[in-house]
Ligand binder design. Sequence first.
Ligand code: NAD
Length: 346
Amino acid sequence: MTVKIELPNNIKYDINIDELKQIKLNRKVVVVTNPTISALHLEYLLKHLEAKELSVVTIPDGEQYKNMQTIEMILDHCFENRLDRKSLLIAFGGGVIGDMTGFAASLYQRGIDFMQIPTTLLSQVDASVGGKTGVNNKFGKNLIGSFHQPIEVNIDPSFLKTLPKREFAAGVAEIIKMAVTFNKEFFVWLEENALDDEKNLATAIAKSVQTKAWVVSQDEKEQGIRAALNYGHTFGHVIENETNYNTFLHGEAVGIGMVMANAVAVEIGLMTQKEAQRVIELLKKYDIPTAYNIADAESFYAHFFLDKKSSDNKIKFILPKGIGDCVITDEIEKENVIKILKGFNH
Ligand code: NAD
């Protein structure tokens, strides 16, 4: 199946969800990957790749390496291999590789093309689509970056067979995010269908990608509706930052963040307790954590201001409106949020 993205600035690209086809590229190509993915799948990828010149740069595996030093490493490799402005980078890995490869591509000689071949569930359903690229720094997550759209996204669900269970579940959290914010029917489908079935999984990937593509096509630069994809992230980013990025996977932190956002939504009457419970049940079905111990609610709240979405001292919250819809608001009273944070022990 192919999902198409069409942006108002005439940028168009295909997202192919299928077994990987032969990719022929008449240009210099650099594959960016890490040792984990390389050991499992690089041979398979290279069998499907033909290029004028091909090299591979292997960067360290882990969110803690999603930083400017690693970007330098990728760029150095590009210069050493004399890439020109027609060359192409291929992101071969999860969201960390995808975000960094896209960012490096946007910087090299003021911008070259890149292609996404995502290998985690999270990157297949979310990170590889939409052109948000970047790295973390000591002030927080994804604070340095650019919008740079890939020229193509190739999603082969068979890569997921080697994905550890926890990583798989982290991807499911982002699928649930899409359903809660945009598609009630999809949410009910997720309640009724298990994703350990290959066919169901392919359906869920396709539905999530369609949702993401639809949102990005309307709002590439996140001036409006695209912010809804950050449901769970405002809280999740604080959780990741407080725990030094070494306790929860990104998708797990987002899972807990969704439960927190739902609690605020219930508090102000946007969602019923029963609906919030349905989301918790669905997360639990995939062993996605829903609990977090907030040591200091005021300090947790203060962390929100480091989020890119906060401006003029206002915090932007994405809160569900029932299931299948959401609101983006910076009008939530601090007391309502602090009350939820203080009582949060799911
Ligand atoms: P990740 O890239 O760290 O991958 C998770 C782990 O799985 C890594 O150890 C990786 O080496 C390993 N792995 C990858 N593919 C594998 C496979 N097929 N089999 C076995 N192991 C495999 O994490 P992620 O969850 O894919 O991505 C998280 C990142 O994505 C975060 O940095 C987040 O900020 C970013 N993100 C970006 C966007 C966006 O729109 N750009 C959206 C959501 C998340």
